[in-house]
Write a protein that binds this ligand. Structure first.
Ligand code: AP5
Length: 217
């Protein structure tokens, strides 16, 4: 059966961390719009150049740009057994566009899992996050350290960096953007059926167990 899962939460709530674990466990791909946009920046594409300043300022890229990216990705053959949406949708118009895409493609209904983490814990997490520009894995200097010192997974080409939008001013703006534009999605999905909420503080493995319990509920 097709499994479509959407992880909803503030910046740094652990959506990417949990999505990666879910993708491994369930054998379905993670679709992260943030990751797609960061890759476009690393490649130096026109899209990457257009969105760089918006992302670094902690604002949202326009709805039409991200909806087009998601639409293309959902058509791929490896996304037909299901998908784990991480960071999309992020506005009501994006959620409505996703509903329309799902209806047109006859996809199974979304299971929505909201991950709840207080703002101070988010600030702490993002100040210690490191990101590998090669394999795109995310770590935390104390809570989720890379396996092999400065080189992620011991691969020579890996390079761990601080994300340009993890600077304190950008984090504050991202938290504000989340409150204003993304948190209304909690009410949007709560009224629609398969909606679950998990406490996102504590050990990554415990949160993963809670997420898995939602899926079997
Ligand atoms: P995006 O990359 O989606 O950023 P985000 O939503 O702000 O989320 P993050 O990636 O910062 O955090 P996360 O929840 O995935 O947490 P993580 O697992 O990394 O988007 C970036 C930008 O792209 C946006 O600001 C916007 O400009 C643009 N964009 C993207 N999608 C868009 C859209 N749909 N529309 C418009 N614009 C869009 O964890 C965070 C840290 O905590 C890590 O260090 C991790 O190791 C650590 N950690 C995780 N879990 C735990 C735990 N339980 N305990 C301790 N540490 C933990």
């Amino acid at each position: 059966m097709q499994q479509n899962i959407y992880l909803l939460g503030a910046p740094g709530a652990g959506k990417g961390t949990q999505a990666e674990l879910l993708a491994k466990k369930l054998g379905i791909p993670q679709l992260s719009t943030g990751e797609m946009l960061r890759s476009a920046r690393l490649e130096g594409s026109e899209l990457g150049k257009r969105v760089a300043a918006i992302m670094d300022a902690g604002k949202l890229v326009s709805d039409d740009v991200v909806i087009a990216l998601v639409e293309q990705r959902l058509c791929r053959p490896d996304h037909q057994n299901g998908v784990i949406l991480d960071g999309f949708p992020r506005t009501i118009p994006q959620a409505e566009a996703l509903d329309a895409l799902f209806a047109r493609a006859g996809r199974s209904a979304l299971k929505v899992i909201a991950i709840d983490v207080p703002a101070d814990e988010i600030r702490r997490r993002l100040s210690g996050r490191r990101w590998c520009t090669t394999c795109k894995k995310t770590y935390h200097i104390t809570d989720n350290p890379p396996p092999d010192g400065p080189s992620c997974e011991g691969i020579g080409t890996c390079r761990l960096e601080v994300r340009s939008d993890d600077k304190p001013e950008a984090v504050e703006k991202r938290l504000q953007t989340y409150e204003e534009q993304t948190s209304p999605l909690l009410a949007y999905y709560r009224g629609k059926g398969a909606f679950y909420s998990v406490n996102g503080t504590g050990k990554i493995s415990d949160i993963f167990s809670a997420v898995m319990s939602c899926l079997s509920a």
